[in-house]
Design a protein around this ligand. Structure first.
Ligand code: PLP
Length: 407
């Protein structure tokens, strides 16, 4: 939608592939629904009325463009002479994270397709809150599936969804997290596809979701490009983002993909450490396979089963990742690193003490990793750095306060 004409735009191809990754590995019953969705999406993109309404809602109801500003005191903390760090403030978007950019776009698509009921999965609860919000805004019925372990960790977001009029359905199987919530959402969708739209929350899953979610999140990177050009008169040397399923990362990276001098760094969750087995560093430690309807990197155990994951950030705690980010790993365009729970907590604390901004634990992985890069002398003097602050930390108060010893 936003970046026609760039070389990168040729992905996905007509089979929904990004290089060898992506595709539609789904049962027959789902195939027709996905092809319908793809057709509806292409028609919507060609309709100026649809695009205008999407842009107006981002402006009036989300508060876009979000701020891009320098964080001088945090930058000084890095101890690298002349370094300048800017934050892209997705935490300032209505509902407190980037998820709403995608939720609004897809909810408009649902309405256009005549679907009055929305189902969605949620992990940290930010996607569920965004979907509940836009459902209320557009008068759609909303059902959110959430693992009971995530409901425990993100209790405040469960209350927010309920207050917004959504039904939250607990998922008490397997690891009781995002993976199982996705399974239950798909099951609901298959059984009610005539009336129901499945509003997927990240740039993963079967085609056409990775493309749709990426297009709606590309607003982050498109704004960043304009804003940094105005503020600094040049492109950044580094763009950093945390990677769960990959939607905030691909959203901010995509408009820079054809500028090889801009180094793109995706930061995954190393949990207790990548060698402990308790992590969610899919691109750093995983291997390609089939997960949630798509061929992409994933974490498997010795028996070839999808591995159990761990991260202090519920939004990063997923054993898969989007196919476009997998393709950008193999092409070498994006570098992936992993930050432990402890590194993320350090990043969260540093930003709140130096700048008065309480970051989400997900975003804190990118902050903490940037501090580690500086510690290791990996950042050249005078570097210009943009970091996508994907969300705010209100949902993480209990966990962070406990771990940082202020509770
Ligand atoms: C959901 C979430 C993430 C991870 O999801 P992506 O699709 O990888 O962006 C990161 N940060 C926040 C604040 C989130 O809510």
């Amino acid at each position: 939608m936003a970046v026609r004409g760039s070389r990168h735009e040729m992905f996905p191809d007509e089979r929904g592939r990004f290089g060898v990754f992506g595709g539609r590995f789904v049962p027959e019953g789902l195939m027709a629904a996905l092809l319908d969705l793809e057709d509806a999406y292409h028609l919507a993109c060609a309709d100026p009325g649809f695009v205008t309404e999407y842009r107006e809602l981002l402006r009036d109801r989300v508060g876009r463009p979000t701020l891009l500003h320098q964080v001088r005191r945090f930058g000084e903390l890095l101890g690298v002479p002349g370094v300048r760090v800017y934050l892209k403030r997705e935490d300032m978007a209505h509902t407190g994270a980037h998820k709403i950019n995608n939720a609004i776009g897809q909810a408009l698509l649902a309405r256009r397709m005549g679907k009055k009921r929305i189902v969605a999965e949620t992990g940290a609860g930010q996607h569920g809150v965004a979907v509940a919000t836009v459902s209320a805004m557009l008068g759609l019925t909303c059902v959110i599936y959430m693992g009971t372990e995530d409901m425990r960790r993100q209790a405040s977001n469960v209350l927010r969804m309920k207050l917004l009029g959504a039904e939250v359905r607990p998922v008490d199987i397997g690891s009781r997290r995002l993976k199982e919530a996705i399974t239950e959402s798909v099951r609901d969708w298959v059984a009610s596809v005539d009336t129901t739209y499945y509003l997927f929350g990240t740039a993963a899953g079967p085609a056409p979701y990775p493309r749709i979610v990426r297009d709606f999140q590309t607003v982050i990177g498109a704004e960043t490009r304009d804003q940094i050009a105005r503020l600094e008169g040049r492109l950044p040397d580094y763009v950093l983002a945390c990677v769960g399923g990959g939607s905030n990362a691909i959203g901010v990276f995509h408009p820079f993909a054809d500028d090889p001098r801009v180094r793109l760094i995706g930061v995954e969750a190393a949990g207790l450490g990548v060698d402990t087995g308790e992590h969610a560093a899919t691109l750093c430690m995983g291997s390609p396979g089939e997960i949630d309807g798509s061929y992409s990197y994933l974490l498997q155990d010795e028996d070839g089963q999808i591995a159990r994951t761990h991260s202090i950030a519920a939004g990063l705690d997923y054993p898969g990742v989007g196919p476009e980010l997998s393709h950008l790993k193999d092409s070498g365009r994006v570098t992936y690193r992993a930050a432990t729970d402890a590194v993320a907590l350090r990043g969260m604390q540093a930003l709140s003490h130096t700048e008065g901004i309480l970051a989400a634990l997900e975003s804190a992985h990118a902050l903490g990793h940037l501090m580690e890069m500086a510690d290791r002398g990996e950042i050249p003097e005078g570097s210009l750095i943009v970091l996508c602050l994907s969300g705010r930390g209100d949902k993480d108060l209990t966990v962070a306060a406990e771990r940082l010893g202020v509770a």
